[in-house]
Design a binder for this molecule. Structure first.
Ligand code: NAG
Ligand code: NAG
Ligand code: NAG
Length: 457
């Protein structure tokens, strides 16, 4: 499912002296080029894309002052008596990408460090979005339309232990971060606003241009920075890659709404397909496929290819399959193995694969209920925002990805065992001790015609 995240921020002590218009820290989007290849006959192009830190990780302070609007998972209710007043009173500040958040680009390489400690500040995890260009004003997210396309990237998952995920995924956010539909949002895509996903997260500080102060419950864990508000933010999500060195999943989550939509309370649990339809080799019984020393050897770098196959093999067809291939040491690897009767992964994620898998695992088929492949197809046709993240999992300790889930179910029951991690791994407080140097590395992201990566060998 969708990643969760936390941020610890004891004190921002690395602010620059110069004051910019309403900001204490300049916002300089790290350049991160992405290659696109339109057709076998056209030359590939390098897009001048850049990354922007999610607004949820940023320092939020009273406009033109150093007073926090939000600190220790609690709102200052003098400045923020309501969501609308808070939005008018508070400012999101610029992000020091590498020194505060551990986000570093170098050419087409991206490294996300999980934990960054500088003197009195500590940042845990991060989430960045791809902007369509490198400039500072008038920013928009790049909208990816991947029907009849494939996306590929190199990944190094060796620095990600059980309990963490390095993720690359698509969500149905607004191109402008919601500025157009919600005029109280003055920050827009250039400050990483407007996050949504199929988990309809309620731990967001801002939803649809207003602060989520109403009924806000600070997280009971003493040193965790997040809480839960009344509102959540829903949209379709395609988890192209959620992985650590032990496990990975490709998961599609359709929604019953077409664009980013605010939900309230319990409705946040039923607007989208939270569970999703997943392709996880280990869960299908191929336990020797992915991991250190396995068929896809996670102790080394490899290429991940994800194909968006349409009904008529054209850009205007509807999505019928999401297919996964790997390349490592020059060898193309695909996995068609399943020990689960009736579940055949050889065509990738399709409507029938999802129906059969849900039945075999005795899971309710929320994938079909919320729109199935046709719902995902609609979101892709509209264009989706590309996200990179490194996250822990406060609630489920990532066991749904890399261990047994539900954790109290018999591990031999079909679908319960998803990865080789022990079921007591992934507690964020343990990770703070054990995983201080954890990092995710992605490189050479390219988008283009189906088959281009295999042809390029
Ligand atoms: C909350 O904001 C008010 C108004 O700016 C300020 O006087 C007060 O010190 C703040 N409270 C905290 C706990 O920071
Ligand atoms: C990107 O990473 C690769 C592999 O680690 C390295 O060889 C290359 O020099 C890096 N490129 C840049 C521009 O940092
Ligand atoms: C990319 O954008 C940056 C920032 O606006 C600019 O400095 C640079 O010249 C652009 N590069 C290309 C190739 O357009």
């Amino acid at each position: 499912m969708s990643p969760s995240f936390t941020l610890f921020l004891l004190l921002l002590n690395n602010l620059v002296d110069a004051q910019h218009t309403g900001t204490y820290e300049p916002e300089l989007h790290p350049r991160f080029p992405i290659t696109t290849c339109a057709s076998p006959s056209a030359p590939c192009r390098t897009l001048n894309t850049s990354l922007v830190m999610d607004a949820e990780w940023r320092w939020l302070h009273k406009k033109d002052t150093w007073t926090n609007c939000y600190e220790w998972s609690t709102w200052n209710t003098t400045i923020c008596p309501s969501g609308a007043v808070c939005a008018a009173n508070c400012a999101l500040d610029g992000a020091a990408y590498e020194s505060t958040y551990g986000v570093k680009t170098s050419g087409a390489n991206l490294t996300l460090s999980w934990l960054t400690r500088v003197d009195y500040s500590e940042n845990v995890g991060s989430r960045v979005f791809v902007l369509d260009k490198g400039s500072a004003d008038g920013d928009k997210y790049a909208m990816w339309k991947l029907l009849n396309r494939e996306i590929a990237f190199e990944v190094d998952a060796s620095g990600l232990p059980c309990g963490l995920s390095g993720s690359l995924y698509l969500v149905g956010m607004d191109e402008d971060g919601g500025m157009g539909r919600y005029p109280s949002n003055k920050a827009g895509a250039g400050y990483g606003t407007g996050y949504c996903d199929a988990g309809c997260p309620r731990d967001l500080r801002f939803v649809s241009g207003e602060a989520n102060v109403e009924d806000w419950q600070p997280n009971p864990l003493r040193d965790v920075f997040r809480g839960t508000g009344k509102f959540g933010s829903c949209c379709s999500e395609i988890d192209i890659w959620q992985a650590n060195s032990m496990a990975n999943a490709l998961t599609a989550h359709p929604c019953s709404v077409d664009v980013q939509t605010r939900c309230e309370g319990l409705a946040c649990e039923s607007t989208c397909d939270r569970a999703g339809c997943d392709l996880n080799n280990y869960r299908l019984g191929n336990k020797n496929f992915y991991g250190p020393g396995k068929t896809v050897d996670t102790s080394k770098k490899f290429t991940v290819i994800t194909q968006f196959i349409t009904s008529d093999d054209t850009d205007s067809g509807t999505l019928i399959a999401l297919r996964r291939k790997y390349i490592q040491n020059g060898i193309i690897i695909s996995d068609t193995t399943s020990t689960i009767p009736s579940v055949d992964p050889s065509a990738g994620i399709t409507d029938s694969f999802c129906r059969n898998q849900k039945a075999a695992f005795s899971d309710r088929n929320t994938f079909t209920e919320k729109g199935g492949m046709a719902g995902i197809s609609k979101a892709l046709a509209h264009g989706m925002v590309l996200v990179f993240a490194i996250t822990e999992d406060q609630e489920r300790h990532m066991l749904w990805l890399d261990s047994n889930w539900p954790s109290d179910a018999s591990p031999t029951a079909p679908g319960v065992s998803r990865g080789a991690c022990a079921k007591d791994t992934g507690h964020p407080l343990d990770l703070l001790g054990e995983a201080q140097s954890a990092k995710a590395w992605f490189s050479n992201v390219r988008v283009g015609w189906i088959g281009m990566n295999e042809a390029g060998l």
